[in-house]
Design a protein around this ligand. Structure first.
Ligand code: MG
Length: 155
């Protein structure tokens, strides 16, 4: 059994879509990045890669590579899943936290979990996504960015 953890931050910017766990969330701003900047999926990719000691998302999908410009991060997660499959790892469970002052994410959490369940071929009860504000403190509290944390167990 192996544990992995991931952390990511992206800046909020006008004129961008807000994509979390592959789901478009209605909001006046979105996350800035080379890919679709899906901060939750990035943290999860890093947790999965970390558990397998396979480096991190920047090693596998460098932001200098034009192939990844504007790419759906769900495709990157699929690639990470393939790397785990090739090595015979199975995901036991995943637990993620999104840190965002706004928007309120509770109406979208089930959809976000269902998306990961679909992409990872993993039962919904093995996938947890939680959201918290930051009490208006720090960059997330000031709505300058959104952070995400993820942990996983592989077996
Ligand atoms: Mg990222």
């Amino acid at each position: 059994m192996r544990i992995g953890q991931g952390y990511d931050v992206h800046r909020l910017s006008e004129g961008r879509k807000l994509i979390l766990s592959g789901i478009e969330i209605p909001f006046e701003k979105g996350l800035l990045g080379h890919s679709d900047a899906d901060v939750l999926t990035h943290a999860l990719c890093d947790a999965l890669l970390g558990a397998a000691a396979l480096g991190d998302i920047g090693v596998h999908f460098p932001d200098t590579d034009m192939r990844y410009k504007g790419i759906s991060s769900i495709l990157l997660l699929k690639e990470v899943k393939s790397l785990l499959d090739e090595r015979g790892y199975k995901i036991e469970n995943i637990d993620c936290t999104v840190i965002a002052q706004r928007p309120k994410l509770s109406p979208y959490i089930l959809k976000m979990r269902e998306k990961l369940s679909d992409v990872l071929s993993l039962d919904l009860d093995r996938i947890s996504i939680k959201a918290t504000t930051q009490e208006k403190l720090g960059f997330a509290g000031r709505e300058e960015g959104i952070a995400a944390l993820a942990v996983c167990i592989l077996c």
